[in-house]
Design a protein around this ligand. Structure first.
Ligand code: ADP
Ligand code: MG
Length: 340
């Protein structure tokens, strides 16, 4: 932000918390986003953070933004928001096979409310601690609620799981049970009705996604290409196919479904599982002969995976159901400028 002054970057927390619920910029940074540097050489409080990149490692960097009204419902639970803002970014590190190192947080807030900030920072830092990733800096400004995180991770050279690395004959795999976030979103929006119990079970998948970091790390040297499913399974697979200049044949009924998903009509299940975003599962390819190694990696990462198809030399996507019948590939991915 265009700072008025470059003096005193971080002031000590003031003790006026009981008197006022609104905090100043430096006060809130100090109180909610500053902790002693652990992995960083220098963390929050100076003009830049300083990080060592160990010899023999590359830095993996990614940014994801969450905008109120676009990525989350106005009035969303701040603790969940803190979790999700970091989770979607950790998911990108996972999809690269990178080990989480550090992150920055750029925050636009309509008002500096202590209760909101406390819950947000608790959700954010709890997930950060669970993954050993450290908040090393950011920017804080007044404005419409907008959360932008940049994550940094480490991967040895030639170890990252790139989108352009799929090869003909590779198996296509997916983690978890894709589609649950879309299913619950449709229930919330009134596109379809879900039982109250089912809504509660699935809500967690939308609000508190678990990034597959352990799986991404375990797949180093086993998988070839990987991507996280943030915009829909087929749409994200299409990015891999395009980057790798290959095609794929997918057995749509082999995409693992949660217990609630299995009770849904087939067309709804397809929309959710094939085109639903916000899942943060990993889609990856691995040579067919590495089948056992993939299962061992998944087992080591305590993450279920399933084989759902194969990479083909011919470009394009062929979908088949359990009976071997062709399924029309009209399940478009989410696109911010094309999807209303
Ligand atoms: P600058 O004047 O260089 O933009 P700021 O005054 O914006 O610096 O920020 C002061 C310090 O606090 C910097 O080290 C910055 O990285 C850190 N910081 C600002 N906002 C946040 C935040 N939301 N989370 C973590 N660190 C932050
Ligand atoms: Mg700043």
């Amino acid at each position: 932000m265009p700072s008025q002054s470059r003096r005193a970057h971080v002031l000590p927390p003031s003790d006026n918390r009981k008197m006022s619920t609104d905090l100043g910029e430096f006060d809130l940074i100090a109180r909610y986003f500053t902790r002693p540097a652990a992995r960083a050489v220098l963390g929050v409080g100076d003009d830049c953070a300083l990080l060592d990149v160990p010899q023999g490692q590359q830095l993996a960097v990614s940014t994801d933004m969450l905008v109120e009204g676009r990525h989350f419902i106005p009035g969303a639970n701040p603790k969940d928001l803190g979790h999700k803002a970091l989770a979607v970014n950790l998911s990108d590190l996972a999809a690269m096979g990178a080990e989480p190192l550090a992150f920055t947080l750029a925050l636009a807030l309509p008002k500096a409310e202590a209760a909101w900030l406390e819950a947000f920072s608790a959700g954010l830092l709890a997930l950060a601690d669970a993954h050993g990733i450290e908040l090393v800096g950011g920017d804080t400004t007044k404005g419409p609620l907008n959360l932008c995180i940049t994550v940094m991770g480490l991967a040895p050279p030639r170890c990252a799981l790139r989108r352009d690395a799929a090869r003909e004959g590779d198996s296509v795999w997916v983690s978890g049970t894709p589609g649950d976030a879309r299913l619950v979103l449709g229930g919330i929006r009134g596109e379809w009705r879900l039982a109250a119990d089912d809504l509660d079970v699935l809500r967690e998948r939308l609000d508190r996604p678990l990034p597959r970091v352990a799986l991404g790390l375990a797949l180093r040297g086993v998988a070839r290409a990987a991507i996280d499913i943030s915009d829909g399974l087929l749409g994200d697979l299409a990015h891999v196919l395009h980057a790798s200049r290959v095609g794929a044949s997918i057995a749509v009924d082999d995409v693992p479904a949660s217990a609630v998903m299995r009770t849904q009509p087939v067309e709804r299940r397809r929309i959710c599982q094939l085109a639903g975003g916000d899942d943060y599962e990993l889609l990856f390819t691995a040579p067919a002969e590495r089948h056992e190694a993939v299962l061992a990696a998944a087992n080591a990462a305590h993450t279920p995976v399933a084989r759902i198809g194969q990479i083909t030399a011919a470009p394009g996507l062929v979908l088949r159901d359990a009976q071997g019948q062709a399924v029309a590939a009209h399940y478009a991915a989410f696109d911010h400028f094309r999807t209303p």
